[in-house]
Design a protein around this ligand. Sequence first.
Ligand code: C5P
Length: 212
Amino acid sequence: MRFLITAGPTREPIDPVRYLTNRSSGKMGYAVASAALAAGHEVCLISGPVSLAAPEGAEVHFVESAREMYNTVQEKINAADVAVFSAAVADYRVAEEADQKIKKSDDLLTLTLVKNPDILGNTRSEFGFEGILVGFAAETNDLEKHAASKLTRKECDLLVANDVSRKGIGFECDENEVILFYKSGESKMLSLSSKTDIAIELVSEIDQLATR
Ligand code: C5P
């Protein structure tokens, strides 16, 4: 099958030298890309800025902002059978990017933020994607409740949820522990393991979904 995978953070420019971003390392998405390639799939990886080597054999597109990621996904998604959205897309961007470096002046500087487009949330409705759709959810509380609602709202087949309030898993770490929530209502825990192993199990779950 052909996988489209989003990975890493996005960068939302404030001025030519500054941006807003988050702590995503891209490791989970890159691990899913490598696992999919190892399982014999084709991979189109749409990546925000990360300091990781591109998996050999993947078609890689580097983007910076959420809007660039949105446009690239829109362009590429309909060639995919499976879409895995592991990127930590910034929810907001600065309303007006300054053309020149913002100078220090007053003690208080106010930035107005506007909402970014929801890539995953538009995948079914706007892009018309009919393949297997896998979303991620990083939550700090009420993991199950938020994951179940995200799964339905964003029309996913599978949602991978992790509790980012716990130390040692998730953001910036090499390990993860996740719960898989399926559209069917089933769930399955993938207990504490390297992101490489979690990704291998996730790709195997996706392979099983494809044969159902
Ligand atoms: O930010 P949130 O928890 O809603 O993200 C859930 C899922 O939606 C993740 O899979 C993420 O990659 C995706 N997402 C997206 N575009 C956004 C925000 C989130 O594709 N603007």
